[in-house]
Design a protein around this ligand. Structure first.
Ligand code: ADP
Ligand code: MG
Length: 251
């Protein structure tokens, strides 16, 4: 579904991606792990269209999408989630959802102030869609509260729900469980597995090895801006090079 081919990206003199390649098969929850600074978030930024690589390619369903902006990639089904920023935190949970779909439609926010009937109908459809998604993750009862009032875990569920407004084929999640309580981590894991079973593909950067073990197959280990190995959790966890990559960073 999605492939990185020999991607390179430098910041100043530092090579964050050094020929990084990986492949994400449809309907998998592919895990991406690696020490701090391995290039994981940079990889997602390049895959999502927020950063241009210096060389290499990004393929979506077999076609290069390097020429597409982030919003254009979202429109064809590739979505990277973002933390609920301070500005978005002031908006209600429902407004966050509606904003996600409106941006998707390429519609300026001001247009809703001059609503012709068809825009209102679109809006009603978007609200119905938002409600269905929020009910699935027990957030509908919070629909009219500012997003900033949600717990860390609820915010992550909202981030994923926002992405789902765009009906993506694949969602890229960067450390979805960071700052999330154990109970909400459990709920988040269940939501991701259910979505996968309904056909959504995931790539997840995660440092919580329990989450990785429970959700992800296969797993890629990144180190020094490239893929070290790909394998099952068991294969990755017992690999000596992987141990070295982590210990090398910790030392
Ligand atoms: P990871 O997510 O695996 O921890 P990152 O992809 O965030 O790693 O970062 C890889 C390296 O690139 C780090 O050394 C980081 O400091 C550097 N880096 C990432 N983004 C930028 C940027 N926008 N400007 C300068 N350096 C960056
Ligand atoms: Mg990161």
């Amino acid at each position: 579904m999605l492939a990185a081919a020999e991607l390179t990206k430098s910041f100043g003199g530092f090579q964050a991606l050094a020929g990084c390649s990986l492949e994400i098969a449809p309907q998998t929850i592919t895990g991406i792990i690696g020490p701090n600074g391995a290039g994981k978030s940079t990889l997602f930024n390049v895959l999502g269209g927020l950063l241009a690589p210096e060389s290499g390619d990004v393929l979506f369903e077999g076609r290069s999408i390097l020429g597409l902006r982030a919003d254009e990639r979202a429109r064809i089904g590739l979505v990277r989630t973002f933390q609920i920023s301070r500005e978005l935190g002031e908006l209600t949970v429902l407004e966050n959802m509606l904003l996600a779909s409106r941006q998707q439609d390429g519609e300026a926010v001001w247009r809703t102030f001059f609503t012709p009937a068809h825009v209102r109908a679109q809006e009603r459809a978007a609200i119905a869609k938002a409600r269905a998604l929020l009910e699935q993750v027990a957030l509908w009862s919070h629909a009219n509260e500012p997003a900033k009032n949600l717990s860390g875990g609820q915010k992550k569920l909202l981030e994923i729900s926002r992405a789902l407004m765009l009906e993506p084929k694949i969602i890229l999640l960067d450390e979805p469980t960071s700052g999330v309580s154990p109970a909400m981590t459990e709920a988040l894991g269940k939501a991701i597995l259910q979505l996968r079973d309904r056909g959504v593909t995931f790539a997840i950067i995660e440092h919580d090895m329990d989450v990785i073990a429970r959700l992800c197959a296969p797993i890629y280990v990144l180190a020094g801006g490239r893929t070290l190995i790909r394998g099952s959790f068991r294969e990755v966890a017992s690999n000596e090079e992987v141990m070295k990559a982590y210990l090398g960073k910790a030392a």
